[in-house]
Design a protein around this ligand. Structure first.
Ligand code: ADP
Length: 524
């Protein structure tokens, strides 16, 4: 059977998703909580406006109904002739009633059954309107006895509120009809009645065409707007109400909510960024650990090879089993070469570990880099020739002194040469020139080169190119990181100029101290 068995992810891999999930849950809870809190605050304001609005509508309704009742009760159907006489007194009692009519069961006004407090012509005009237009609309025929109803309607562009009731007397039915003064309601009653609400609330009354018949328009209070028709009397009119600072409250609410959302979003973003950074750091650490273990096996390998060569040729020499004296020389040379390599490797590892522990101490002194380069090349030249390399050098004759640590610069150059030998072939070039007020040391080879995407990474500790990893070329991955450290400690930097298949040139720039004067090289 093929396929890999499913494995539980390790706890370490569950930490970040768990933290992100928790942050998301907390974030969404906070969003909802902030939202609910804001909505609750608004809701209570909306509710209190609603309560006030309902009470106000009821008060207006009750006032009209109570006025009607007192007047209905004042009409003595047995003594209608007195009706005209008592009218003045009735009007005093119910200033909201403007006219009253008593109709018989044939819907005709009974004698002395019409009184009005308007002048004669107005009174006659209303009687005409009532008989021709209003009366046909009133559902009097179906009205049960003692039932009190209202008719709120527009005639000839004016609103009328009619209150009517069916009464019985001596076996006959009568209808008492009242005309309620809308003018009194809007100019006297409402201002008196609603004076206590002044300043506490914005309110107005709208007619069926949404024209303001009382109060001032309430503006744009949005969700804080209360609007309802009057329940039984002025049912074509609507009461509008809003808290006085509704617009401000709306704006404040929006700002507050935006602020809360922004804070929560920021917290979430910080958590996400924190987790991302942590993941990155963990990944980096893991990669470094992998590289370190590669390094240990590489270094052990590098130590083992020269050691076994030294041992083998040392034993051969000790046994004296030599075919010719030249062989003895050859073996001794191998032993020297391998112990040099061993020495350099150990130097590198020691220097590297000093840098790693932050203990790298440089001894900077004014000195000549060209001398350091010449000296190192003298040491190395023999090896290069022996390994079949051609060495081309170009060292400017007049170079100023620089502030350098000579042994560190030697280590830098030897590392670059070592790499050129390890990876290159044919020719190796070493140039030391003055470029834009800096000393430029270039070590070039004709090796396989380095892919562009690895130009930065080769200077990282333990890093070896993909091409180098699978080959027999041994390496620890610390040489170039040492070169970089040394160049930077001198205030300079190192770069590589290379393309796969076209060799590589490592360029080290070292700055000169201010006022550095060129020195003439002594004639050899
Ligand atoms: P190493 O001990 O592996 O040589 P270095 O730090 O000196 O370590 O170099 C890092 C990597 O850079 C090497 O493993 C190799 O892949 C690449 N490299 C360094 N110098 C050269 C060069 N001259 N030509 C091609 N590749 C090189």
């Amino acid at each position: 059977m093929s396929g890999t068995a499913w494995k539980w992810p390790s706890p370490r891999h569950l930490v970040s998703p768990a933290v992100l999930l928790a942050a998301l849950a907390l974030g969404s809870y906070s969003f909802r909580y902030a939202d609910q809190l804001a909505k609750k605050g608004e809701q209570s304001l909306v509710e209190s406006t609603q309560v006030l609005g309902d009470q106000t509508r009821e008060r207006v309704d009750n006032f009209i109904i109570d006025s009607d009742r007192s007047l209905f009760d004042a009409v003595d159907l047995g003594h209608l002739s007195d009706f005209q006489r008592r009218w003045a007194e009735i009007v005093r009692q119910s200033p909201v009633v403007e006219a009253a009519l008593v109709l018989d069961e044939h819907f005709q006004i009974v004698p002395s059954g019409y009184v009005s407090r308007r002048n004669v012509s107005d009174a006659e005009a209303f009687r005409g309107l009532f008989m021709t237009k209003i009366l046909p609309d009133l559902p009097l025929a179906d009205l049960p006895r003692d039932f009190h109803r209202h008719w709120h309607h527009e005639y000839n562009g004016r609103d009328y509120l009619i209150s009517y009731i069916k009464r019985a007397h001596n076996g006959h039915h009568f209808y008492i009809v009242l005309k309620i003064s809308l003018e009194f309601l809007t100019t006297r009653f409402l201002p008196d009645e609603l004076a206590t609400l002044e300043g506490k609330v914005l309110l107005c009354v709208l007619d069926a065409h949404r024209n303001v018949v009382y109060g001032r328009p309430v503006g744009q209070p949005g969700k804080f707007l209360y609007e309802k028709a009057f329940p039984t009397t002025l049912y074509n009119w609507r009461l509008q109400m809003a808290p006085p600072n509704a617009a401000l409250l709306q704006r404040e609410g929006r700002t507050q909510r935006r602020f809360e959302y922004a804070i929560i979003a920021l917290m979430l973003a910080i958590t996400f960024a924190g987790v991302a950074l942590l993941e990155r750091a963990i990944g980096k650490e893991r990669r470094l650990n992998e590289l370190k273990s590669d390094f240990i096996s590489n270094v052990s390998h590098e130590l083992k090879t020269p050691l076994s060569l030294i041992r083998m040729f040392g034993e051969l020499l000790a046994l004296g089993k030599l075919k010719s004296p030249d062989k003895a020389k050859e073996y001794a040379e191998i032993i020297t070469r391998e112990s040099e390599r061993l020495g350099r490797l150990i130097d590198n590892v020691l220097d590297f570990s000093r840098i790693e522990r932050g203990r790298a101490a440089y001894d900077f002194q004014m000195g000549r880099l060209d001398t350091v380069v010449e000296r190192s090349l003298d040491v190395y030249r023999h090896r290069l020739e022996r390994e079949g390399f051609r060495l081309t050098t170009k060292i400017d004759p007049e170079l100023p002194e620089a502030l350098i640590d000579e042994s560190a610069m030697t280590l830098l150059l030897l590392n670059l040469l070592e790499n050129a030998v390890k990876y290159g072939k044919g020719e190796i070039s070493v140039y030391l020139t003055l470029v834009s007020g800096r000393l430029r040391l270039v070590v070039g080879d004709q090796g396989p080169g380095i892919p562009l995407d690895e130009h930065q990474r080769i200077f990282e500790r333990f890093y070896r190119t993909h091409g180098a990893r699978g080959t027999a070329v041994r390496g620890s991955g610390i040489g170039l990181s040492l070169v970089k450290h040394i160049a930077e400690a001198h205030g300079g930097h190192v770069t590589v100029d290379s393309e796969p298949g076209k060799g590589a040139a490592f360029i080290v720039d070292i700055p000169l101290p201010p006022n550095a004067a060129p020195t003439r090289v002594k004639a050899a």
